[in-house]
Design a protein around this ligand. Structure first.
Ligand SMILES: Cc1cc2nc3c(=O)[nH]c(=O)nc-3n(C[C@H](O)[C@H](O)[C@H](O)COP(=O)(O)OP(=O)(O)OC[C@H]3O[C@@H](n4cnc5c(N)ncnc54)[C@H](O)[C@@H]3O)c2cc1C
Length: 683
C-alpha cells in the first residue's frame, strides 16, 4: 500500500520525504510488484566482481527478470580494493566505494551487509547465514573472492600478526599507527610480492620504519625474473626501503616493545606491527562444504559458462577457478562477471581469458608484467638503461610475455601485441635490443619516456633534460632550440626529435638508404685496405697491368693528387657544418656528398697504394686515414639504422663514439699529408 501511495506522490510532497527516499520507495514498490514472476538470484559476496555483476545486470535490464539479493560479510558496500593502499596514504575510504548503498536500493537490489553466508544446500536451493536466516534461490552466484593467507608459523597471541586485504584491515592498521607509541611505527611486512612491496612503500610514506621479509631468493618471485627483481630491489633500496630476501620467519612472539619476529638464520627483529602480505587463497570454503567441485590449487571449478559442478550455482572472480586464469587479478574477474550477466539474460557467451596484465603500483617507478613472464621455451630479449629494465619473451617473432620496469610509452601497443599474439618484425625486435623501443609508438610517446639524462643531440652532447628546460623557457622551434642549446646544429639527425620536443613539424628527413649503402661500401673498402694482402708488382715491363698505378711516377702523382682532392673537399665540407655562413643547401645533401667523397677517397687510396700500408710516417698516415674513414663509414651505416634522435642504447653509443673518433682522426691528417707530399718530392 505504501508503494502505491508513493507512486501518486505529488511534486509538492517531494521535499517532505527527500528525493532519494522517494526514488528508493518507488524502486521497492516496483520490485515488490515484480517479485511474484521473477526468479530469485542470490549473490554471495559484495566485492569488486560481485558489484560488476550487479552493474551489468542493471545495464542489461535483467532486474525485470531477477529479484537480486546480495549477502556481503564486510560492513561496507563494494569498494575498489585494488586501490586500498590509497587509504593508507590518506585517501577518504568513501571515495573508493564502487556504488553507494542507495544505488542498490534505487535498482531494487537487496543488499545485506555484514551478513556472512555459512552454508549452501544445493539440493533444496537454500542458503543459511550466520544470523540464522535462511533464504531460497533459483540461481546462486558465488563471488566470495579471496582471503589473505597467513603464514603457517607459531604466533604468540592475537593482534601480533595482522592481515592486509580489506578496508577494515587498512583502518585498523591506521588506527594502531595513530594511537600507538613510537615502537608501533616500526613495521615488519611479511612477503616481498606485489602487495607486500606496495603496502611497505605506503607505510614508509607514513613515516614508519619498514622491513620487508621475503622468503624466496628474490622479490616478486611470481612476477619477475631474477635480473628484473634485482633491478627493482636496487631502486627500492635507493628509496630507503629495507628489503631482506631469503628471510625465513620461525615464529612471532610478544615482546616488551610490541612484537618480536624470530628469523631462522638471523637475529630477531623487534617491531610494533607485523603485517602479512604473503598472498591470498580463494575463499572456497563455503563451496567445498556444499560439496561443489573445487581445485586442489584452490577455487571453485567453473566451466567456460561459469557454471559450477552444482546445478543453478555459478562462481566468478577470485573464488572461481577455470584452470586458465592466474588467481588474484581483478580484470579476469570482471570479464567473468560480464559473461555471466549476459548468460543470465539468455545469451550464450563463453568466458575466454585475456592475457594477464599485472601492475605494481609504486611511487618510485612503474612495474608491468604482461602475459607469462616465466615462459621457458621463449628467447629473451633484454634492454637495460638507468632506471629502466625491459624483458621480452619471444618465440617465432611473437611476444609471449614482457616485463617492464620504468615508464614505457609503448606498453599499450605491446599489450595488444601480446594479447593478439601478432608477429613483430625482426627490425622491431632488433630496435628493441638497441634502444628499448619496438617502434610501435610515435616520436612524441617515445620522448615521453626518455629520461632527462638521455642525450638527444649526440654531436653537441645535449641532454633531453636541457632541451626540455629550453622548451619550458620559450624555445618553440628546432632552430630556436638549436640557438639556445646548439642541439641539431651539427649533423641535424636529431631535428625530428627536437621538433617533437617543441611540438613543431619535423624538418630534417631521416638518413637515406643511399647513405647506408655508401657507409657499408666505404667500410668494406677501409677494412680491405687494412687487411687484404697487397697487390704484387710485376717483375718485367711486359707483364705490367694494374700495377702500373703503383710503379709509374706519373700515375702515382695522378692518384695521389686525386686522393688529396677528395680528402680536402671532404674536410672542407665539415667546415660547412661548423661555420654558419657556409651553410648552403640541405644538411642531408651535404652529408651524402661527404659520404661519396669519403668512398671515392678510399677508391683513390687503393689506386695510390694497392693496399700497401707503407712504413714509418706513411704507415702512421695510413692508420690515421683508415681510422677516419672506417669510423665515418660506420657512423653513416649506424645513422641509417638508428631511429632519429634516440640517444640511448648500444647502437647509439657506438655511433657517438664513431663520430667522435672520426672528428679527432681528421685533425692530424693535413700535417701528415703535407709531410708525405714533401717527402715524396724531396726524395
Ligand atoms: C591492496 C590490494 C591491492 C590490489 N591490487 C591489485 C591490482 O593492482 N591489480 C589487480 O588486478 N588486482 C589487485 N588486487 C586484487 C583484487 O582486488 C582482487 O582480484 C579483486 O578484488 C577480486 O574481486 P572479487 O570480487 O572476486 O573478490 P573480493 O574483492 O575479495 O570480494 C569478495 C567479497 O566477498 C565477501 N565474502 C566472502 N565470503 C563470504 C561469505 N561467505 N558470505 C558473504 N560474503 C562473503 C568478502 O568479504 C568480500 O567482500 C589487489 C588486492 C589488494 C588487497
Amino acid at each position: 500500500m505504501k508503494g502505491a501511495a508513493m507512486t501518486t506522490t505529488s511534486r509538492l510532497e517531494l521535499p517532505a520525504i527527500g528525493l532519494g527516499t522517494w526514488l528508493r520507495e518507488r524502486a521497492r514498490s516496483r520490485a515488490t510488484a515484480r517479485t511474484r514472476q521473477r526468479e530469485r538470484l542470490v549473490l554471495v559476496g559484495n566485492g569488486m566482481v560481485g558489484h560488476r555483476l550487479c552493474a551489468r545486470l542493471v545495464e542489461l535490464g535483467a532486474l525485470d527478470r531477477y529479484e537480486v539479493v546480495i549477502y556481503g560479510d564486510e560492513a561496507t558496500p563494494a569498494y575498489d580494493r585494488v586501490h586500498l593502499t590509497d587509504v593508507l596514504k590518506g585517501r577518504n575510504p568513501h571515495e573508493l566505494l564502487l556504488s553507494r548503498a542507495e544505488w542498490y536500493a534505487e535498482h531494487g537490489i537487496e543488499l545485506r551487509l555484514a551478513e556472512r553466508v555459512t552454508a549452501v544446500f544445493t539440493g533444496e536451493r537454500r542458503i543459511l547465514t550466520e544470523s540464522g536466516r535462511t533464504d531460497r534461490y533459483d540461481k546462486l552466484v558465488l563471488a566470495t573472492g579471496a582471503r589473505a593467507r597467513l603464514p603457517n608459523i607459531p604466533v604468540d597471541g592475537p593482534g601480533l600478526l595482522v592481515a592486509y586485504r580489506t578496508l577494515e584491515d587498512a583502518r585498523s592498521i591506521l588506527e594502531r599507527l595513530e594511537h600507538g607509541g613510537p615502537s608501533e611505527r616500526s613495521i615488519v611486512v611479511l612477503g616481498g610480492g606485489l602487495l607486500g612491496i606496495e603496502a611497505a612503500r605506503a607505510f614508509q610514506g607514513l613515516g614508519c620504519r619498514v622491513v620487508v621479509l621475503e622468503a624466496a631468493s628474490q622479490i616478486l618471485p611470481r612476477n619477475l625474473d631474477p635480473v628484473g627483481a634485482e633491478a627493482l630491489l636496487a631502486m627500492l633500496r635507493d628509496a630507503g626501503l629495507e628489503v631482506r630476501v631469503r628471510a625465513r620467519v620461525e615464529r612471532i612472539e610478544r615482546a616488551p616493545s610490541g612484537v618480536r619476529v624470530v628469523l631462522e638464520d638471523a637475529p630477531p627483529l623487534e617491531a610494533g606491527l607485523v603485517v602479512a602480505a604473503i598472498g591470498t587463497r580463494a575463499a572456497d570454503d563455503l563451496a567445498r562444504a556444499a560439496g561443489l567441485r573445487c581445485s586442489m590449487h584452490g577455487g571453485v571449478e567453473v566451466n567456460a559458462r561459469l557454471c559450477t559442478s552444482a546445478p543453478h550455482v555459478f562462481a566468478v572472480g577470485d573464488c572461481a577457478n577455470d584452470g586458465r586464469v592466474p588467481h588474484g587479478l581483478v580484470a579476469p574477474g570482471y570479464a567473468m562477471a560480464d559473461v555471466l550477466a549476459e548468460n543470465l539474460v539468455g545469451r550464450r557467451r563463453r568466458f575466454e581469458p585475456e592475457q594477464a596484465v599485472t601492475r605494481l603500483k609504486l611511487d618510485i617507478t612503474e612495474v608491468t608484467i604482461l602475459g607469462n613472464p616465466h615462459e621457458s621455451t621463449a628467447t629473451e630479449l633484454v634492454y637495460r638503461a638507468p632506471g629502466v629494465y625491459r624483458r621480452l619473451l619471444v618465440r617465432d617473432r611473437r611476444i609471449l610475455g614482457a616485463i617492464s620496469i620504468g615508464a614505457w610509452a609503448e606498453l599499450a601497443a605491446l599489450q595488444r601485441l601480446v594479447g593478439e599474439s601478432r608477429k613483430v618484425s625482426e627490425r622491431s625486435l632488433q630496435r628493441f635490443t638497441e634502444s628499448g623501443l619496438l617502434g610501435t609508438s610515435d616520436e612524441k610517446s617515445r620522448l615521453a619516456v626518455l629520461p632527462d639524462s638521455a642525450v638527444v643531440c649526440q654531436c653537441m652532447g645535449v641532454s633531453c633534460g636541457r632541451l626540455r628546460r629550453a622548451v619550458a623557457e620559450g624555445a618553440t622551434t628546432p632552430d630556436a632550440l638549436g640557438r639556445v642549446t646548439l642541439a641539431g646544429t651539427l649533423c641535424g639527425s636529431c631535428r625530428p626529435t627536437l621538433a617533437a620536443l617543441c611540438g613543431a613539424p619535423a624538418s630534417a628527413p631521416a638518413p637515406g638508404r643511399a647513405l647506408g649503402l655508401l657507409g657499408g661500401a666505404a667500410l668494406l673498402l677501409a677494412v680491405a685496405t687494412a687487411l687484404v694482402p697487397r697487390v704484387p708488382l710485376a717483375q718485367r715491363f711486359a707483364e705490367r697491368g694494374i700495377d702500373v698505378l703503383w710503379i709509374d711516377p706519373t700515375a702515382k702523382q695522378v692518384t695521389g693528387f686525386t686522393l688529396l682532392g677528395f680528402v680536402t673537399l671532404g674536410m672542407l665540407l665539415s667546415v660547412r657544418k661548423r661555420v654558419r655562413r657556409f651553410r648552403l643547401g640541405s644538411y642531408s645533401f651535404f652529408r651524402l656528398l661527404h659520404g661519396i667523397l669519403g668512398t671515392a677517397a678510399l677508391v683513390a687510396l687503393f689506386a695510390h697504394t694497392g693496399f700497401r700500408l707503407g712504413t714509418n710516417l706513411d704507415l702512421v698516415l695510413m692508420v690515421v686515414f683508415l681510422v677516419a674513414t672506417t669510423t665515418g663509414a660506420l657512423s653513416a651505416l649506424l645513422a641509417h639504422r638508428l631511429a632519429p634522435g634516440i640517444g640511448h642504447g648500444a647502437v647509439a653509443r657506438i655511433a657517438t663514439v664513431g663520430r667522435r673518433l672520426h672528428d679527432y682522426a681528421f685533425w692530424p691528417l693535413p700535417v701528415l699529408i703535407f709531410i708525405h707530399v714533401l717527402k715524396s718530392y724531396y726524395f
